[in-house]
Ligand binder design. Structure first.
Ligand SMILES: NC(=O)c1ccc[n+]([C@@H]2O[C@H](COP(=O)([O-])OP(=O)(O)OC[C@H]3O[C@@H](n4cnc5c(N)ncnc54)[C@H](OP(=O)(O)O)[C@@H]3O)[C@@H](O)[C@H]2O)c1
Length: 263
């Protein structure tokens, strides 16, 4: 697939995977729409991208109804979108018995309802144009469960289910739906992960610091988009193999996750 002059809308473009997606897609000749809450970071990145028709659309996905209304109302001005990448997300590192209930809603608003709201606003124009790709970044935590992630994993399993159903519904409309399940990728995700009170824990973690290089991870993601895959796991070591281990050795996998504290 040639990305030259295609418009790629990336949420969570202010950091980590989303920022790298913006950089790599722009070097492939795509026009980028950058979204997240941190407008200054998005503008700064937008100015650094190679020349193109890039734009910044600040969005707070924790307010899905507002996102749906704003984007639906402005789709005519926003114009053609070829690839929507639902990448924004927030993780969690806290135990169920200690979590405030509100943390679950916080995670679902951004990781699930926000993603649905933006997809609902953008997809109709893809149907009218007769083409498009909807790409959602779930997680290996959307395929397997482990400690400290009851809310995060739930939200990411929900994304996998949503995408499987959406793919079936739009298969006859030339709309491609890809779910990407990253393992540990070296980004700011650990710092931004919520604690039991719904506040960023603001600390580094070994598994993320030793995780896959974000440049290499994003190359694999773009390749999966180009090949119009349905679902891919992108990760190295145990974080990449976890879904396969669970599928073939579920008892072993469950005993292993009960013993280990994967952070
Ligand atoms: N890194 C990993 O190991 C890993 C593994 C599996 C899955 N993932 C998934 O990959 C995606 C990207 O994560 P990352 O690793 O790049 O983490 P990151 O560096 O923490 O980036 C998260 C991005 O999400 C945006 N975001 C957070 N809350 C938002 C909100 N309310 N509205 C709009 N945007 C919001 C942030 O932008 P603002 O703060 O500016 O809003 C930021 O750009 C997430 O969905 C994550 O769950 C990552």
């Amino acid at each position: 697939m040639n990305f030259h002059n295609k418009t790629v809308w990336i949420t969570g473009a202010s950091s980590g995977i989303g920022k790298e997606l913006a950089i790599q897609f722009s070097h492939l000749g795509a026009n980028i729409i950058l979204s997240a809450r941190s407008t200054d970071k998005l503008k700064q990145l937008c100015d650094q991208l190679p020349p193109g028709q890039h734009k910044v659309i600040p969005l707070d996905l924790s307010q899905p109804e507002q996102v749906l209304e704003y984007v639906t109302t402005n789709m005519a001005d926003i114009g053609k979108v070829d690839i929507l990448i639902n990448n924004s997300g927030v993780s969690q590192r806290s135990l169920f018995l200690e979590n405030d209930f509100a943390v679950y809603r916080q995670l679902m608003e951004v990781n699930y309802f926000g993603l649905i709201a933006l997809t609902k606003a953008v997809l109709p124009s893809m149907v009218v144009q007769g083409s498009g790709s909807v790409v959602s970044i779930s997680s290996v935590a959307g395929k397997v469960g482990s400690k400290f992630r009851t809310g995060y994993s739930g939200s990411k399993y929900a994304v996998v289910g949503f995408m499987d159903c959406l793919r079936a519904e739009v298969a006859d409309k030339n709309i491609h739906c890809l779910t990407i399940c990253p393992g540990s990728i070296k980004t700011a995700i650990a710092h931004n992960s919520l604690n039991e009170y719904g506040v960023a824990q603001n600390k580094a973690e070994e598994s993320i610091e030793n995780g896959m290089d974000v440049t290499a991870a994003v190359k694999q993601m773009i390749s999966a988009i180009a090949k119009r895959k349905d679902e891919v796991v992108v990760g190295e070591g145990i974080s990449g193999w976890a879904p396969t281990i669970k599928r073939f050795f579920p008892g072993f996998f469950n005993r292993m996750t009960a013993k280990k504290n994967y952070r």
